[in-house]
Structures are given as C-alpha cells and as structure tokens.
Design a protein around this ligand. Sequence first.
Ligand code: NAD
Length: 564
Amino acid sequence: MNWFRHDNIHAPRGATLHCRGWGQEAALRMLMNNLDPAVAEDPAHLIVYGGRGRAARSWDAYDKIVETLMKLENDETLLIQSGKPVAVFRTQPSAPRVLIANSNLVGKWASLDEFNRLEAEGLTMYGQMTAGSWVYIGSQGIIQGTFQTLVALATQHFQADHLRGRLYVSAGLGGMGGAQPLAAKMLEGVALIADVDPRRIQRRLDSGYLDAGMTSIPEAVTRALEAKAQGESYTIGIQCHANELLAYLRERHIVPDILSDQTAAHDPLVGYIPDGYGVDEAAALRAKDPTEYLCLARASIGRHVEQMLSLQAAGAVTFDYGNNIRREALDAGVDHAFDIPGYVPATIRELFSEGKGPFRWAALSGDPEDIYRMDDLALEMFGDNPLLRRWFALARKYIHFQGLPARIAYMGQGERDAFALKVNDLVAQGVLHAPVVFGRDHHDTGSVASPYRETEAMQDGSDAIADWPILNALLNVASGAHWVAFHHGGGTGIGYSLHSGAQTVADGSSDSADRLARVLWNDPGIGVVRHADAGYEKAQRTLEAFPERFNTPLLGPTHVPTNK
Ligand code: NAD
C-alpha cells in the first residue's frame, strides 16, 4: 500500500496493525477514511464537508501526520495545530495519542475576515466539527439527528410519528444537507431539495440518499405534489438556487408543510452560491473578488430568509437547521430573521438533557457484518426503546455505508459506556473481526457553546458561556480518550461556536475497557450536568437516576460579590 498517495485514499481494513497501538491505528484509519472519495465532498482539496471543513492543512501536513502516527509510541502524544502536526511529547500510556486544536482565535480576532486572512497566510485551517477531528462518517453522521428533528416536528405540529402526505422543502445536498431527503423518506414523507451543484445531486443519487434528480422546477414541484397527494414517499433534488425554488412556490401559493435550509450559509464566502451564479462562475468570482462575492452572497441570503419568513407566515413549519443563516440574514438587514426558530431548543434539547447525542462507531475491520452484529447487540440491550428500535431497522434498510462501515445512534447517559464495553468484549472474543472506534459529532450534549444552535435560548441565559466545551475536552483527556479535539467555528461559523470531540478505541484489551468506561460515562455526563446547571428539570432527573455515580455539587447561578 502506498501510504502517501493523495488520490483515491482508502483506510486500511482488517486486524493487522500498521502503527504501534490501536489508538494510533484508529486515528490513522479515521483520518484516511475522512478523505476517502466515498466519504469526503472534495478530497483533492482535503475538504471533507461543511463548506471548507478540512482533515489536514496541506498534503505535506497530511503526509507528516501519517508518517508520525505510524511511528508514535504507546506513551507519546502527537499535537496537531489547525491541521498541521507540530510536536510529539512523551506523556504516559493511558493519555490520548493525539491532541488537536483547530481554527481557534482569540475573541476579538474571531471574525471571518481575520480567519480568511490567517488562512491565506498558511497559519490556520477550518476544521468544521468532525472534519478536522477525523471522525466524519459521511451523511450518515447527521441523518439520525435529522430523523429525530423531523419526528419531533411531526409529533408537535401534525400529531403523528411520520410525514406521510407531508412535503419537506429545503436547500443544500452537501455532506450534511444530503441527509435531509433520506430522513424525510424514512418518515414516509416527500422531500424537495434545491442544490445549485449537479455533482452534489448526482452524489446523493449514487449513494441512495435521493430518489430523483431534476432540472425543471415546475416538473419537480408537480411530481412532489403528486407524491404528497398519494401518500407516496419520494425525494427529489432540483438543480437550482434556493431562492428560485422558494420564489416559484410563493408565486403559486404552494406552502410546504416543513421548510428549512442546509446550504453552508455559515461560510458565505465558500458555502453559499449567490443568486444568478453557477458553481464554476462562483469559484471564478471568489478567486477574483472575494469582497464582491461576500456582498452578493449576503444579499442572496437576505432574500432567502425573507422568502422563508413569507412561507412561514403562510403556514409552513419553518426551522433553522444549524447553519447560521438567520444571523447572516439579520446582518443583511432582515430584521425578523430570528422569528424562525432554531432546531435545538425546539427538538433536541430534551435529548441533550438525557445525555443523548450523535454517538457513533466505525468498524476498523471494514466488514459490514461487524456493524450488523453491533446493531443486534444494541437491539438486545435497548430494544425496549421504540425510537431506537425504529431507527436501527430504518438504518439497516436505507443506509449505504460510505468508507469504513459505521453506525450512529442517539444513546444516552449510561447507555454509551454499557454498549461500548460489551463491544470491547466481542472484540476480545474474536466475534468482531477487528477493533471498533467510538466517537461522536461535536454537536453533542456537553461539548458545544453555540448561541445560534446547540446553546440557543438556554433557560438560564448562559448561551455564550464557553467554559463547558473546554471542561468537556479537558475531562476527555483526563479520562483517556485516544484522541481529543477542541475547535472554533464549526456548524455556525467563525465567531459563533466553540466545541470539542473525543474518540476511544475498543481493541478488546482491559486498557480499552478502562478508557471506554471512563470516557463514555464522563463525556455525556458533563452534558447532563451542564443542562442541570442551567435549570433543565429533565437533566436534573437524569442526574437523580444515577445517585451513586453523579456526585455533583450544583449551586445554580452564583453572583460574584461586588466591591461597591
Ligand atoms: P457542504 O458545503 O457540504 O454543502 C453545502 C451545499 O449547499 C452544496 O451542495 C452547495 O452546492 C449548496 N448550495 C450553496 N449555495 C446554494 C444556494 N444558493 N442554493 C442551493 N444550494 C446551494 O455543507 P454541509 O456539510 O452539507 O453542511 C451544511 C450546513 O449545515 C453547514 O452550514 C454546516 O455547518 C451545517 N451543519 C453542520 C453540522 C455539523 O457539522 N455537525 C450539522 C448540521 C448542520
């Protein structure tokens, strides 16, 4: 195998080690998996997903990371500074093997303009969430969140646990956005999603995330309305701008049942194509005149949110899906942009209060049978949870693996560690064909401060308090995760979020068992504590459910004495 090739990268599969331990090996395989053409959106530019979310700063940096991981000892730790390897230090055997810090800037300098300047100087890289922390698993990584969000909206607004006979309209069929149509399909609904880029539409068709790709808005809308009338579940990607689709719907008084957006509007320079521009024309303008590009993109975003507000007023259940489009629109002069609710307060916070979030695992064997065996285990352990049971059946039926076979499941406090320990036993017994890596999105219960997304409208007003994700990262280091990352700017963009991630390998050893038991209890645990501290009753009840294990001196808001 040529370890240093830059095209057509595939992580090694199987039980043979190429590094000096499974912590290093898992980090190496997941880095390579992030850049697998079946996984990454634009691997030639090291871009994994989410606008310009990269796995490494440059190909030289990538080569050096690969080389270093292959030599790294079991008492050493590699440090990555914004996608570039900078040092190896002797630490200790139960410490993480890799520590990553991506895109972090001091508060006053944390603007997109300053980030762009520093990136152009070669000093930083945009890590998004799972791109720079090497645990992206393709569109599957977000699909259960989208599914959970849509189930919650169906329950709240249509008193149903499905979307049969309902039309979901959105834009963006990128790495995350591509999950929207399949999540709607899993709920038996109809999805109509605009994307300017025909290659993205083709990619979702090839991976089974879309039923049809069309170029004519009238034909696509007619087909979608037919499917809705017949209660047929059908998904269509339309090659057009979001604004073109919404204008067409408005002119004909067609009101979607649910409306959202997943263009990468958090990064208007790279992630949003201005009205009237094709992908190649947009790239040319971006290179020639970034200021003009930003001006046009922001004006288009403003029109886009105005149209969403108008359809919301006409009755569409409208929500912001975590791409900061409301804030960009507000800055473009759309005063009522925040009349559109964010999805976290509306649907996900309840889950966070139980320690639930986008927990995931990947089979380093490369063997889908290992994932199916773990699906069975999850059902044996948690089959009495109807939503999880439904999710595993749907995932098995609809999800095509991208790169290393992987699975995601919103497991909560006490479930993640129990499950991973049983998996570790299956690895030890040789039932699974190689070790398994457990990780998660940064979009989780205790790992993000993002006032327009994960921490929007916190009950105690603590939206912008960023101590929690820092404590989360430090706790995961102290607990012995195999690699830990702390990033700025994922999801909602530069200046708007701070977040962390942690991955731990089950290699069947007692060392793995100890690490998994600590990390996978503590990591969601700090999320439950964060929500209990903010006053969420459900989180307080989650703490009370484990009186032996949470020794938590919660005080509520404590005001600093003044010296007046
Ligand atoms: P991406 O960059 O892979 O895809 C964005 C897509 O939007 C592209 O296909 C692009 O062609 C399309 N697009 C851009 N402008 C358009 C326009 N005017 N009309 C129609 N289509 C247009 O991004 P992604 O990974 O899909 O993420 C989408 C957004 O969701 C990002 O803002 C991301 O931060 C956010 N998000 C991230 C996470 C996470 O990181 N965990 C989770 C949820 C949402």
